[in-house]
Design a binder for this molecule. Structure first.
Ligand code: FES
Length: 681
């Protein structure tokens, strides 16, 4: 048996014997331990930090004595002096093995480190990005052995990093010569290797050791909003998040009106493509500024979007998506140079990855939700609902996954609501109505206190009370139903019928007064009959989509429900169920997942394996087309009642008793706008 010292790495548990004098980094590499290095062991990148442990380790069967690693050398001392090493830390490329030792690799030194999401469902992201940094020392040119600079860079990568071959485009070659000379033949290159590529490509080069990191954007391109997360491709950390309204709204609020715009106006599609690309360029600059980085450090971008946005982003005419059979130009995932898409605010050689679409109405955003929430790995039957202008709905378990999208319209995002607004300081986000007095109390974004608590006025002094956001309107409608201000059909009662002067007449219908600041020149915030109808349309579309999937699955109930969406995390699950947005389920089995599509984009950005995975998963998802399914209309009409005309809600009944009220005085049916089939949003 070898008498060489035993080296045990934690947390991996990998172990092996190595001759005295072996650098820890070398031992780690030979054992396949996940220990990072950008400089290749030259003692300048500090990525290889490890923590040796001393003492008795019965678990590993070793005793580690003082002197198990070499003394600090000059390189470590210099690094510690300049940058500081945490107590107990060593540079793995400098410290050598002298005796049996247990060495811990801290998370920040692992290449494939795990990033724990903050959201409720704590899915971790394992870092494995497509673009990585490599520091190399390149041979100087020699007249007697003529080779090009690029060939010598390739040779250095082969000899120092075992990377067999690389390519570079013309724009990179133009930078190569001055950068090599500026760096005195020491440079850092960023290599991009997609999950389908065999040869990596040099996307950037810096003189010396590049220490400012590499970044990527995960973009959720929605019909109403564009949300971006600027992510460090080394650590997975989101360093800035920013969003803006989709400027295409001026061409049409919902997707179908944008498709119509493209149909009716020659060049309209190109106009919309320009608008969205300009917005993404602006957003890139803003988010880089917020993150305090040079936008040229953004080398990758992942997009998730619905099919119409997908086509408009790519400059493809969306007209085919407006009519059956809803043919996509391509449903495959796409990897493209950002420049080719007119995205020129980021690195000129940045790569874009767009997740695959599932079908003509079920887009890459739904694929991203599937990647994030993994319904196909769930033992119990889970319904995942991504609430947005278009709802993405997935139903499945380990046996089968179904998907559809449903045209909810922008009401859940506060649009088309009389006092509606985006979720911003001053917006009412929570509301409660006393079932006896019918008086409301509410909370606004930016303040901690409820409106009836002392100190509320001070807290809202700067923001004021400006309107109701999406989660607020859902709660308002549900609370009105629970307080007996609203009947099952969605009619608001009069002051006489409800016994509160807050129900005020408005034409032939009534509104509920939430807040009146008109005496001080402020707004009057009401929930009108029109608002109720808009919410009924939206929730009926959502419920009908879910029901259609349940029909297809041949089930009448689901085991659990996940509410996702940009504001999914803010929706009160109880109120969502009172409203009948989602099928009946035990309330403790209804959870919020936050922006699942955005999370899916982040996962695909940070881990190239996830790109291959979602491409495989998407092929196994059964698509259900709501637009041509006659049952959808039937379900839609039945779902118009609050919570539902025919479906029982036994789980809801265990926690909430809804009053039996009816405000229909037998008049006309003209206010029953909710019965109209909604256009696809
Ligand atoms: Fe770069 Fe050790 S590998 S400092």
């Amino acid at each position: 048996m070898s008498t060489d010292p035993l080296v045990v790495f934690t947390p991996s548990g990998k172990r092996g014997r190595f001759p005295v004098g072996t650098p820890v980094l070398t031992a780690a590499r030979q054992l396949g331990v996940d220990l990072d290095s950008v400089c290749g062991g030259r003692g300048i990148c500090s990525k290889c930090q490890v923590t040796p442990s001393y003492g008795e380790f019965s678990k590993h069967g070793v005793t580690v004595r003082e002197g198990a690693l070499s003394e600090w050398n000059k390189v470590e001392a210099r690094y510690d002096e300049k940058r500081g090493l945490k107590p107990g830390r060593r540079l793995g490329c400098q410290a050598t093995v002298q005796g049996d030792v247990v060495i811990d690799v801290p998370p920040e030194s692992q290449v494939h480190r795990q990033v724990v999401r903050k959201a409720a469902t704590a899915r971790t992201i394992v870092m494995d990005p497509a673009t990585r940094l490599y520091f190399i020392e390149v041979d100087e040119p020699d007249m007697h052995e003529p080779t090009g600079d690029l060939e010598r860079v390739a040779r250095a990568l082969r000899e120092q990093w075992e990377i067999e071959a690389v390519t570079a485009d013309l724009s990179l070659m133009a930078k190569l010569q001055p950068t090599l000379r500026k760096g005195k033949w020491q440079v850092t290159v960023a290599l991009y290797k997609g999950h389908k590529d065999t040869t990596p490509r040099i996307v950037e080069i810096w003189p010396g050791l590049h220490e400012s990191g590499l970044f990527g954007l995960a973009i959720d391109l929605g019909s109403t909003t564009i949300a971006a997360h600027l992510t460090n491709l080394d650590t997975g950390e989101v360093i800035a998040s920013s969003g803006l309204m989709n400027p295409q709204i001026r061409f049409g609020e919902d997707l179908m009106s944008r498709v119509s715009y493209a149909m009716m106006n020659p060049g309209g599609d190109a106009e919309m493509t320009r608008a969205v690309r300009d917005a993404i360029n602006d957003l890139t600059r803003v988010i880089a500024d917020e993150g305090g980085i040079d936008p040229a450090l953004i080398v990758e971008t992942v997009f998730v979007c619905n099919p119409v946005m997908h086509h408009l982003l790519l400059g493809l005419d969306p007209v085919e998506l407006g009519q059956a059979p809803f043919a996509l130009a391509t449903s495959e995932s796409l990897t493209l140079p950002a420049r080719e898409m007119g995205l020129d605010a980021m690195n000129p050689r940045a790569q874009v990855y767009i997740l695959p679409c599932i079908a003509g109405h079920v887009g890459a955003d739904c694929a991203a939700v599937a990647l994030s929430e993994e319904p196909g790995k769930s033992e119990d039957l889970v319904l995942v609902v991504d609430v947005g202008t278009n709802a993405e709905i997935l139903l499945g378990n380990t046996t089968r996954v179904l998907a559809c999208s449903s045209p909810t319209g922008p009401a859940f995002e506060g649009a088309q609501i009389s006092s509606g607004q985006r979720a911003a300081p001053g917006a009412i986000e929570r509301i409660e109505i006393d079932p006896v007095t019918k008086e409301p109390r509410f909370r606004v974004i930016g303040a901690e206190k409820w409106s009836d608590e002392e100190g509320f006025a001070e807290e809202i002094a700067t923001t004021g009370i400006t309107g109701i956001c999406g989660s607020g309107i859902i709660e308002a409608v549900a609370e009105m139903r629970m307080a007996g201000l609203l009947d099952e059909s969605g009619l608001i009662g009069s002051a006489e019928q409800t016994g509160t002067a807050r129900c005020i007449p408005e034409g032939r219908t009534h509104s509920y007064l939430v807040h009146d600041a008109t005496a001080d020149g402020g707004p009057k915030i009401t929930v009108t009959q029109g608002d109720i109808r808009a919410i009924q349309l939206a929730k009926s579309a959502l419920y009908a989509g879910a029901r259609l999937l349940m029909d297809e699955m041949k089930v009448d109930k689901v085991d659990r429900v996940v509410l996702a969406g940009a504001f999914g995390a803010h929706i009160s699950t109880r109120h969502a169920m009172v409203l009948g947005m989602i099928p009946d389920a035990p309330l403790d089995k209804v959870t919020s997942a936050g922006n699942a599509a955005g999370t899916g984009a982040r996962i695909a950005l940070c881990n190239i394996g996830a790109r291959a995975e979602i491409e495989r998963v998407v092929r196994q998802i059964t698509k259900v087309e709501t637009a041509i399914e006659p049952k959808f209309q039937e379900h839609f009409v039945a779902a118009n009642a609050i919570p539902h005309k025919t479906d029982p809600f036994p789980e809801l009944a265990k926690v909430v008793t809804l009053p039996h009220v009816s405000f229909n005085t037998g008049g006309g049916d003209e206010d029953r706008g909710g019965r109209r089939r909604r256009r696809r949003a």
